[in-house]
Design a protein around this ligand. Structure first.
Ligand code: EPU
Length: 417
């Protein structure tokens, strides 16, 4: 199994290109189920979750081509299976995104219920509740959601928790439902607006995306289109922290700094100097790094997907900081590995208390999820000596050649196969 070896102590300098957003590309690929026409997608990141999604769509019977240059062509003329099997859903929960579109177009779908995961219970009750409000029948049988509908109809759907893929699933289903659907307390992450933009280009009638209330007027059918996926704000944020933690100077290119406003403001509070341009930003790290508290919240606040990386930064802070995680109940597994590297972190329920200023030392570490892996790479960049990061497949799920991008900025990092 691949490993990543990092020898810490190098200051990062230069510029880095950001790939397309995994979490926008996955729903966009699922949206191909809504039409018989070809969907042409650009700026798709060639990462493992995308390849898992391609495999899922191919098993369903879709012509799905995804290329390393970021282009994809997807055509769901007809399908041979209504199923998202457990083997694929257990490796990628976002597979649940085929439920809404498949039900809307073929009136039935069978999708494995994702189990618990490394960061929390992550139920999908709101996806099911919303589809039921639109007239579907959903039963859980043998670990699968078995959904069917005579035809979906519009409905008022209030979600009591903000859910990103839940909003996406219901928005896709509603495009082909009869009448108007209102999604209330909807997620307003940039990935939602990217999907809404794609669906509009396919002929859907949607407005309000980017706010907490989205209205969708169902149409009879959707058609193909060409769509460019937004840049990955979490990859961009990860490189921003890489610059700050190494007291480096990095220009993060091909991204939308507005999507990272909360993250860049937070880094600014820790002393980093941030200069924003329309499609790039520059981070110059500070000495000392100031310890500052943060709380994760739905967009536009500080994202849970940047919490682990920010924790790595706070291990180098000048005092004590508190990180409060409000989205997932078990997303501090990386802290235990950072402690093995010498960090002083105490976990108290949903809070992590980090006493900064402790020098980190390289160790063998392993991570339990994608962003945790990224945070360990960041910690390794400033640790004394060698760090070996195991289970690199987590990183490969969402980062395109992260070790090559970091090496080009001057990090001493390599993948050992
Ligand atoms: N929730 C429910 N019921 C539901 C759905 C969600 O209670 O039916 C709860 C979850 O348990 C959680 C909260 O709502 O406590 C938010 O979860 P959400 O549904 O928004 O998460 P998700 O849609 O499964 C997406 C991203 C995650 C990201 C979260 C939060 C994709 C494919 N995944 O997950 O990304 O952490 O939103 O922003 O878009 C990652 O990329 O590393 C990653 C985990």
């Amino acid at each position: 199994m691949d490993k990543i070896r990092v020898i810490g102590g190098r200051r990062l300098e230069g510029s880095v290109e950001i790939s397309g957003a995994k979490n926008a590309a996955l729903p966009a690929m699922a949206a191909s189920l809504l039409t018989t026409d070809i969907l042409y997608l650009e700026n798709i990141p060639y990462v493992r979750d995308i390849l898992t999604c391609r495999k899922l769509l191919q098993q369903i019977g879709i012509d799905a081509e995804v290329r390393e240059n970021g282009t994809a062509e997807l055509r769901a003329a007809e399908i041979r299976s209504h199923e998202a099997p457990y083997e694929l859903v257990k490796t990628m929960r976002a597979a649940i995104l085929v439920l809404g579109p498949m039900l809307a177009r073929w009136k039935k779908a069978r999708v494995s219920l994702p189990g618990g995961c490394a960061i929390g219970a992550r139920p999908v009750n709101l996806h099911i509740m919303g589809l039921e409000r639109m007239g579907a029948r959903c039963d859980v049988v043998h670990g699968y959601i078995e959904a069917s509908a005579e035809g979906l109809h519009g409905s008022y759907i209030l979600m009591d928790t903000v859910t990103v893929t839940g909003t996406e699933n219901l928005m896709m289903a509603a495009t082909l439902a009869e009448g108007e659907t209102i999604l209330d307390n909807a997620a307003c992450e940039p990935e939602i607006s990217d999907l809404a933009g794609l669906l509009r280009s396919m002929g859907a009638r949607i407005d309000g995306d980017g706010t907490r209330t989205i209205r969708i007027e169902g149409v009879k059918e959707l058609h193909g289109c060409r769509h460019r996926i937004i840049p990955d704000r979490i990859e961009a944020g990860t490189f921003a922290v890489a610059a700050a933690i190494t007291r480096g100077d990095v220009k993060v290119c091909n991204c939308d700094p507005q999507h990272l406003a909360a993250v860049l403001a937070q880094l600014g509070q820790t002393g980093a100097e941030i200069v924003m341009e329309p499609d790039s930003f520059r981070v110059r790290g500070s000495e000392p790094i100031l310890s500052r508290n943060v709380t994760t919240q739905p967009y536009p606040a500080f994202p849970t997907d940047m919490q682990a990386q920010y924790m790595a930064l706070m291990t180098q802070g000048d005092g004590t900081s508190v990180i409060t995680e409000t989205i997932f109940e078990n997303r501090f597994m990386h802290a235990l590995e950072m402690i093995r590297m010498g960090a002083d972190i105490t976990i108290d329920g949903r809070q992590a208390i980090i006493k900064g200023g402790k020098p980190l030392t390289g160790a063998r570490v392993l991570a339990s999820d994608l962003r945790a892996s990224a945070s360990l790479v960041l910690a390794a960049l400033v640790a004394q000596g060698e760090t070996w990061i195991d289970r690199v497949y987590h990183l490969d799920r969402g980062y395109y050649h992260i070790e090559e991008k970091l090496a080009r900025l001057g990090a001493n990092i390599e993948r050992i196969v």
